[in-house]
Every structure is written in C-alpha cells, then in structure tokens.
Design a protein around this ligand. Structure first.
Ligand code: CDP
Ligand code: CDP
Length: 231
C-alpha cells in the first residue's frame, strides 16, 4: 500500500490535532504538530527575553534561530510524541495562554517560517504523515493527496479551549481565551507570509456541532478514499 500525505489546516481549537493524532494512529502514519514548533520558538523567545509585554526583539530572535533545536520524542506514558526544545520537554509549557498570546506574532516572521517549513518538509519526506497547522496544504505539502480545512464558530472554539486549559489547572477566563482565539485568527489569516487560507483543493469541515467521534469517522472515510485513489 502506497502511503499518502495528509494535511489538516484550519483555525485554532477546531480539533485539528486531536483528529490528526487519531488518524495517524489508525493508519500507522506519523503525526506532526507543526503548531508546537511555532510555540517552541515563542517559548524560546520568551525564556531568553526577546519578547515580553513591553518589547519584541525580532532581529535578536532571528539572529539566534540556529540555537533553537526542536524535536519530538515519544512519551511512553501517553504514547504520543512530546515536543522538546534544546533537550527540555516543553510539551506542557507551550500550551499556556501566555505563549498563545505571542505565538502568532512569532509565526509571522518569515525567517522563522523558512526554518520550520524546511524541517516539516523533511519530517514528511517519505509520506505516511498526518500534519496539522495553518499552511500545510498550501505551503508545506501543496501536493498532499488529502487536504482538510477545519472551521467552527469562535465561541465554540473558545469554550473548547477554555475547558481544556481549566481542566489542566490553568487559571484563565473565557473572555481572555476568546480574545486570544479571535486575535490569532486575524493575525494568522492576514500575515503576508503563508497566511491561513483554505487550499483550493481542500475539503472544508465545519465541526461546530460535531463530536470528536463524529469528526474522526468523517475524516477516516475521506482518508480511506484518498488512499484507495492513490493505490
Ligand atoms: O492549537 P492551536 O490551534 O491553538 O494552535 P497551534 O496549532 O498550536 O498553532 C499556534 C500558532 O502557530 C497559530 O496560531 C499560528 O500563528 C502558528 N502556526 C502557523 O503559523 N503555521 C502552522 N503551520 C502552525 C501553526
Ligand atoms: O488542534 P486544534 O487547536 O485545532 O484543536 P484541538 O487541540 O484538537 O482541540 C481543542 C479542544 O477542543 C480539545 O479539548 C478537543 O477535545 C475539543 N474538541 C471537541 O470537544 N470537539 C470537537 N469536535 C473538536 C475538538
């Protein structure tokens, strides 16, 4: 069976990473969370003082990009890969609202995108990959055999993310989460380099009223058809 490349793009908290992980497991493919890589660079920028509430030293950050080593390693407990930055497991640290509040600005820097896209293309060079993000079907793998574009209302997405953050113990308000989601939607969709747009050949799925299982079943069917068509 020839393996294919599956690109899952869309807005924040639409369930991309959840379904991408499930699908990769189901197909025996690798899963790559490209958003975690942008979050890792943001975490680095915050940790080393290139970014805080008063300043954003883009030139300084870009000059240090060669020091930012990001990789994924399987977590034996969860059976999912965690993201590491220069040897530090940052899986939990990158999911905070603080990182979310800066990540879209970091992801708009062309030099950052250039470095990360190169690494993503390497990770998926042999196909058999499910990658989720914002530009996977448009820029990283424009030849992907299956492209999904996920949407849902901002309120639904904010509720989902709020529940997720509070259930892991983070102190956040619903309004702050909604504001962050709307701001990221805007920056991600309007940046010059690789904006978040639906690829012409992507299948759009609005999952505002779908459960995790319903969206998984729908996407598995699409994947099975795409695999058949390419064999
Ligand atoms: O999980 P969530 O949808 O909130 O975000 P994410 O997938 O972790 O992505 C975080 C941010 O990284 C996005 O808001 C984008 O600014 C950026 N990103 C990107 O520009 N390109 C990608 N392929 C993936 C993420
Ligand atoms: O990767 P992305 O930011 O698109 O979303 P996610 O991290 O997979 O999902 C965000 C949250 O929404 C998770 O807690 C999911 O369980 C939840 N979700 C849901 O309850 N129902 C859906 N149809 C999709 C996601």
């Amino acid at each position: 069976m020839q393996k294919i490349t599956i690109a899952i793009d869309g807005f924040s908290s639409t369930g991309k990473s959840t379904v991408a992980k499930q699908l990769a497991k189901h197909l025996g493919y690798i899963y790559v969370d490209s958003g975690a890589m942008y979050r890792a660079v943001t975490y680095y920028a915050m940790k080393y003082g290139f970014i805080d509430s008063t300043q954003f030293d883009v030139v300084g950050l870009v000059s240090k990009l060669h020091d930012v080593v990001i990789y994924f390693k399987l977590n034996e407990t969860t059976n999912v890969a965690d993201v590491y930055l220069n040897g530090e497991n940052i899986e939990k640290a990158i999911r905070t609202l603080e990182v979310s509040n800066f990540v879209s600005q970091v992801a708009a820097i062309p030099e950052v995108r250039y470095q990360l896209v190169k690494q993503q293309q390497k990770m998926g060079a042999e196909k058999g990959v499910v990658m989720d993000g914002r530009d996977i079907g448009t820029v990283v793998f424009p030849q992907a055999e299956l492209k999904i574009f996920m949407t849902a209302s901002a309120e639904t997405r904010a509720t989902r993310r709020f529940d997720e953050l509070t259930s892991r113990g983070d102190t956040v308000t619903y309004n702050d989460v909604l504001h962050n989601i709307q701001e990221r939607d805007y920056i991600d969709s309007n940046r010059e380099d690789s904006p978040l747009i639906k690829a012409a050949d992507a299948i759009e799925i609005d999952n505002s009223h779908m459960s995790l299982d319903q969206q998984f079943q729908k996407i598995v069917k699409l994947a099975e058809v795409a695999i058949q068509e390419n064999n």
